[in-house]
Ligand binder design. Structure first.
Ligand SMILES: [Zn+2]
Length: 162
């Protein structure tokens, strides 16, 4: 069967693209930024959860930020919050990063620490069934002992229900 005159599949580019298979060896280094450094340094060195407060609009960001996301003011007032807070929302993941089914579902929590106006995302520990938890529950951040902290967000193991 002869292709119709306007059939795009039948058109051949005058100079078809050439392909060279291969890879580009690149590494990337993610920096935490000014606010992230404040948070991660306090977490690693003192086991504290530190945010920044906006004097202009009273937002308290945990983790710390360098600029207010609401009014764009520069933030320099550091605020340490207690590791306790309220579970604002949660979800469960049934698959790992590669799409393989997890043996035990992983619960993830959005928590507002006491004194903070923002929420913090981390694992919810020792919970594997949505029936075990509800929004509004009180939770506590579990922070690794100093010898095991490396300046990573994973220095917080997650949240446990209290
Ligand atoms: Zn502000």
């Amino acid at each position: 069967m002869k292709a119709a005159k306007n059939d795009r599949a039948a058109e051949q580019p005058k100079h078809p693209p050439r392909v060279w298979p291969g890879g580009i060896p690149l590494e990337s280094l993610y920096t935490a930024g000014v606010g992230g450094q404040i948070f991660l340094r306090a977490l690693k060195e003192r086991g504290e959860l530190v945010g920044t407060r906006c004097a202009a609009c009273a937002q308290v960001y945990v983790p710390a930020r360098a600029f207010c996301e609401r009014c764009f003011a520069e933030l320099s007032e550091e605020v340490a919050v207690k590791p306790e807070g309220t579970l604002v929302s949660f979800t469960f993941s049934y698959f790992d990063h590669d799409g393989r089914r997890l043996e035990t579902p992983q619960a993830l929590a959005l928590v507002r620490f006491e004194g903070a106006t923002t929420v913090f995302l981390h694992r919810l520990l020792k919970v594997s069934d949505p029936e075990q938890v509800e929004s509004g529950a009180r939770v506590r951040a579990v922070i690794k002992p100093k010898a095991k902290r490396s300046g990573s967000i994973l220095d917080v193991e997650g949240f446990e229900l209290i």
